[in-house]
Design a protein around this ligand. Sequence first.
Ligand SMILES: Cc1cc2nc3c(=O)[nH]c(=O)nc-3n(C[C@H](O)[C@H](O)[C@H](O)COP(=O)(O)OP(=O)(O)OC[C@H]3O[C@@H](n4cnc5c(N)ncnc54)[C@H](O)[C@@H]3O)c2cc1C
Length: 446
Amino acid sequence: MEKIIIVGNNVAGTFTAQNIRFLNEDVDIEIFTQERYPYYTRIKLPEVISNKIQTNDLIVFKDDWYKDKKIKLNLNKRVIKIEPQQKKLFIKGEDKPATYDKLILALGSVPNIPPINNAREMVGKGVFTLRTIEDTIDIKNYIEKTKAKKAIIIGGGLLGLELASQIKDSNLNTTVVEFFPKLLPRQLDDECSAMLKGEIETKGIKIVLNAATEEILGNGYVTGIKLKDGQKFEADIILIQAGIRATIDLAQNSGIETNRGIVVDEFLETSEKNIFAVGDCVEYKNQTWGIIPACMEQSKIVAASALGLRKIEYKGTTPKSTLKIVGLELTSIGIFDPSQELGGGWEILKKADKEDCCYQKLILKDNKLKGAILFGDTKAMSFVYKKMEQDVTKKELMEILELYLYKCSNCGAEYDETKMEILFENLPEDWKCPNCKQLKESFEKI
Ligand SMILES: Cc1cc2nc3c(=O)[nH]c(=O)nc-3n(C[C@H](O)[C@H](O)[C@H](O)COP(=O)(O)OP(=O)(O)OC[C@H]3O[C@@H](n4cnc5c(N)ncnc54)[C@H](O)[C@@H]3O)c2cc1C
């Protein structure tokens, strides 16, 4: 019987195994992972640190699931080498290699540690990253053991902010330092990012922007950080959440083409025949993803490809991100800033209410919905998910955002809310038509 081996047991590996079993009841499926736990979600790792949940609550599929699906799971097995010609893989500490007919690499990614003086040397001595259950245990133990009071999070992206929120909930004085001049630089435009900063600060988290960390201070254990501009901040613990790096070493050592990720074609096959890759470790057309929607989409395609059913081609995944901090609703999807895109024909519909901390922006090109930011008011979310990359009219989008066009009954001048900073109803009562100087009441909604 044909045997498919998957290396890696998180979202990408697990859902690939599930999809293979869905398509084929007979094929042998075996998973190898270096981790100690069956499939668990990383999304809620920060909540373990603040004791809102326990590590057991993270486990998504327990042993029964694997038994039921006839998937053999090998925990604590690190794959150290692949021999593609002989279809063999070698596991650390074991003499006998495993053999496969098809191999799927779901190796994921690891946290990036930027080139900060002393950062690597201080890992475990007050400097931590967060990716695995073990990391949460180490962070919690360190906080308890040292009775840490002040934390610095390096990185104001989604994971940095979510972690900061849980660290704050653990009663630590919390500061986020971000290299770029704004938070969530890869998901938000300047205006919405500034609104988000204000909201996060009201939760008691300090934010420092334009902050290039030069050095981790301390000798034996951390005492703070120094920025390139000379500013110093004290800390008992430093958590680095500064992006991720695809895991490529195993592929690289085994002669499989890699770049930033493991390079794949549209069927997610690597440069070696019968070896595929899926999830965070994948690079397709010079792009890597690092988000669950990409893992899920790719897991369907790679399952079919590995079974020889090359019907669906991968076309890339639209970036989707949701910030998960209690009391803050924020989703960014697709293109959020057309000024950074090539070509013309972009249209932006925006509704901003700084007082209520609400920001909704929809991006349109050639009558297709290309992206959105929804902050504070996410009513439009299901519409946006359904209509991404689909044909939509401007009128439809105006209805969704409750934006209107007003016309002066005296001179016919128009007040188009999609192009204005202030909603018509928020204009002062003594506002006058810019054309004929009639009062606001001469305008009608059309
Ligand atoms: C705190 C946190 C919160 C997140 N929140 C979100 C979110 O809200 N939304 C979202 O879309 N994404 C989120 N992500 C990202 C998401 O978790 C990843 O996109 C996803 O886990 C990638 O799955 P993967 O299976 O490709 O890789 P990974 O999850 O990295 O799993 C790969 C597995 O392969 C194992 N492995 C690697 N090399 C070997 C080897 N040689 N031998 C054996 N085993 C090996 C690794 O140990 C690992 O267990 C979050 C990530 C973190 C850390």
